[in-house]
Design a protein around this ligand. Sequence first.
Ligand code: SF4
Length: 219
Amino acid sequence: MAQKKVEQLYEILSKTYLTFKEVENEWEDNGLSSTPFKSLVSVMLSTMTHTKRVIKAANALYAEVSTPQELLHLPDEHLTELIRPVAHYNRKTQHLKEMCRQLLERHGGEVPHTRAELLALQGVGRKCVDIMMNFTFGAPAIAVDTHVFRVLNRVGIVHTESQVVAADEINRLTPDRFKQHAHEWLIQHGGKVCIARKPKCDECPLTQLCDYYQHVGAA
Ligand code: SF4
């Protein structure tokens, strides 16, 4: 049942939204993922932070550094100033420094390509790993952020308060043919239609599938 629902969801979303490569992408346009190292740093900066603020911090940072060695040479206070636009900038300063040390010690300064090696880096969580695997290394992985998490729970594909559990479940249920772009469709839907405060169910193509709509939205 859940499997059928997931397939129907993607059939609809894939006809509703373009992929990131087909639309203007401010992340790409600003060079936030021009190298695997910048991709990893940008993703770490993005936790709990709006894209505009990530771009501001990343532009300031990448004007001075583009390698782990260069980032490690920045004094902590200066790094903190550069990334001050993002949430938890003090903690992220420490995480970025330690992550760069680990890249140099364990991987010769290169960003590793496996899930286990990425997850072992300081400050790199499950969502960061899925984003890196999907967008940097082209793997069929679905990253679950707050938008994706909200959509999946409202539609009723998952019933959980854990983004990690939701990520396991949606990656298990999603047919391979949809995995490459699933995150892109779901995040657009969560950002444009199934928004946090009041979902725009009147504009939504998923009403027939959606548990929230059946129980609350249609009332
Ligand atoms: S019907 Fe409403 S709650 Fe359900 S996915 Fe669409 S916008 Fe979200």
